[in-house]
Design a protein around this ligand. Sequence first.
Ligand code: URA
Length: 232
Amino acid sequence: MRLDKYLSESGIFSRSEAGKAIRSGRILVDGAPVKDPSKHIAETAQVLCDGKPVIWSKYQYIMLHKPAGYVSATEDKGRTVMDLVPPACVRLGMFPCGRLDIDTTGLLLITNDGPGAHNWLSPKHHVAKTYRFTCALPLSEEARLRMEAGLELGDFTSQPSQVELNAPTEGEITIVEGKFHQIKRMFAAVDNEITSLQRIRFGPLKLDESLEPGQWRYLTDEEIHALQTVHS
Ligand code: URA
């Protein structure tokens, strides 16, 4: 691939900034300076910018601890989760993989891996998502068991879920689908109400508790590998 494309897809430069950096001699490829932005290099080449390695990969993956008040979309009238990650993410075509409601916090994957996102969000694949919740009223055992068994919600019946309580109005719920307002609707169906919701698990990914709301980090190689092995 072209050297300027390699650099811009690595997220450190726009295409025109990459051209300038290359022409000014800041880039070494496999130990030799390259000043031609159109020079083709191997994906496996060792590229240094100002002496620091630049790693290209086909897709990028970010874990965001979504705070309340941000819409899970790339564009909206209000603030979006893309306002919380580096501007290069938008340029690289990254988007939130799935949606959390504006008042839901927690783990949100942001990636430009379209085929992967399609796979992880497909209802066929039953990717488990776990949320910490608090609810307005104590959740009775009868209501908990009804939620676990699956509830008739009008336009669909929820699939079996797991609901564990740590206190009468607090616990964790794991669902394997992701219908609009699903958990809020499940609680409403048992005459209760969600008062806070935080996603702590998405398939093999666990929310990194060292991330404060609004902070993000790149996924580790192990996390990317675990995601890539999710299938039906
Ligand atoms: N279920 C909801 O009701 N809201 C979310 O944000 C996620 C799951």
